[in-house]
Every structure is written in structure tokens, then in C-alpha cells.
Design a protein around this ligand. Sequence first.
Ligand code: NDP
Length: 301
Amino acid sequence: MKILLLGKNGQVGWELQRALSVLGEVVALDRHPVLTAYGILTGDLSDLVGLRNTIRSVGPDVIVNAAAYTAVDKAESERELARTVNALASQVMAEEAKRADAVLVHYSTDYVFDGSGTTPWKETDAVAPVNYYGATKLEGEQLIVASGCKYLIFRTSWVYAARGNNFAKTMLRLAKDRQSLNVIADQIGVPTGAELLADIAVAALQQTLVKPELCGFYHLAPSGETSWHAYATYVIEFARTNGESLAVETINPIPTTEYPTPASRPLNSRLNTQKLRDSFSLHLPDWQSGVTRMLMEALNK
Ligand code: NDP
């Protein structure tokens, strides 16, 4: 089996390089052109013609899209690029998947919902993004569905990885220098590790390849829920217990209204994962276990 992976160096893309490798040959690309056995290929999602040529040159059985325009605040002003990468490039992948009878694996976000209420969102709930990034991710989903291709779309939330920067590492860095931190306490969601996102995608893909009726939307996040404030507190307490010397004494909970950003954020990012667990007979660990592993790596424990 041949798999084309786009966005290989992002948080999720990096973990997918590892997780997909047991399924078959993986042609993994980032945005830069590279010479491969299939010629010079570009994985730049803002180059729609180049992207289509890449897919046709490789002729994959599976296309996995881990690339996205993920700068939520910047997307408000860089609209055309955000839409091209998140919506129009997804459409090209979907059209090519349909043409070649390939499966498209794609990631989306809880930001397709408006964040109202306190109930975890189901796949069938009404969508209404509150920022432009969410709108582009929603359009990407809709274009994939409209193409008629076989797809797995995983909506997730609050992604972190050991590699690169993330919220937990930022909190640790600030906690070393500052005595007091203000952290948003009224946005509720679930920190989701890139490792889990990659491993679940591979497990689900394996089953979908033999049972195509499993194609569709799935909400994917670990079990439990937290706020950014409780998440920060967990991270800082873990670090202190494990011998880190930190200056921070108080972590103040603040409302979203006290931390204005160019893009609005939904307050309720909870995702109902029942469909995923039932369809693929999978267990989702609690969010703390993945965060703890990432912290052990970050702290070199
Ligand atoms: P990252 O920001 O870590 O990675 C995104 C990748 O996309 C980067 O490698 C980036 O490359 C690449 N990319 C951006 N623009 C282009 C382009 N024009 N051409 C090719 N590659 C491009 O994101 P995550 O791994 O966290 O996200 C994976 C998926 O999960 C995405 O679909 C995202 O929307 C979704 N998601 C993410 C959440 C989060 O909190 N991060 C929350 C919910 C969903 P480069 O490094 O060169 O810029």
C-alpha cells in the first residue's frame, strides 16, 4: 500500500510519519519541493496545481492530510491563504482521492462549533464557527464531503506534542520567571496528544480499508475535560513535584473577556467521542496520561 502524507513536520504529521510506516510505503512531504522516486514533488498546499500534480505522480491508496493553516489569530487577517490551505487544498485532495478511489484521512477541529452550552459536541450537531480559522476548516470538511470520496475526518481539540512549542511548555517557561500567571478558566476542552491522534488514525484507517462503510466524521480527544487554568495548574504542579525550581506562586483564573485576541475562541470545546469508540472498538485514555508523558520528555525525566 502507498500512503501520501502531507504536512509531515507538524505536531500530528511528525507522529504520523512513525505511525503510518507499519501500513506501507509512506511518501511524506512538507511544503518544500523535494526529489523523490516519483520526481520532484511539492507538498505546498497553497499551490493547488502543484498539489494535484503531486497526488497524480504518487498515485497513493491513502492520502493523509496533517497540514493546515493553524495560526488562529493570524487567519483573521491572512484570509485568502488560510482558506486556500484549509479549504481549497482539502478539495483538491478529495477530488483526487475520488478519482483514484483512495481514502482521504483529514483532521478538523471543535472550532467548527460555536462553543455554546456545556454538552460535548456530537458529529451530528449544528456547526457555526466563531472565527475565520474555524470557517475555513468547516469549508474544507464540506468540500471533502461534496467530492464523494472515501474519507475519515477526525475533529479534535487543544493539540500538543513533545516536539515543538505548546501551551504546557509555555506555562513552564513563564512559571520559571514570573511569580504570578493569569490563565483563562472559562474555556473548557481536552488536551489531545499528537501521538494519540496519529495512532488512532492508523487504527481506524486499518479497519476502514476493509470496511469502507466506516468512512465518515469522528470526534477524537482523550477522556475527561479541563480548562486552560486547570491544565496550567496540573502542568506546574507536576513539574514542581518532579524537582523543577519555579518562581510562580499564584495562578489566577481569568475569564476569556480579560484576554482579548483577534479571533474569538469557543468556550465549550468538549467533544463527544462515543461514535469513534463504538465504531472502532477503541479505548481513549484520560488526558492526564498523555500530558504526563509529554512533560516527562520536556523535563528530561
Ligand atoms: P501544526 O501547526 O503543528 O502543523 C501544521 C503543519 O501544516 C505544519 O507542518 C505547517 O508547515 C504545515 N503547513 C502550513 N501551511 C502549509 C502549506 N501552505 N503547505 C504545506 N504545509 C503547510 O498543526 P497540528 O499538527 O497541531 O494540526 C494538525 C491538524 O489538527 C490540523 O488539521 C489542525 O487544523 C487540526 N487541529 C489542531 C489543533 C491545535 O490545537 N493545534 C486543534 C484542533 C484541530 P510549516 O511548519 O512549514 O509552517
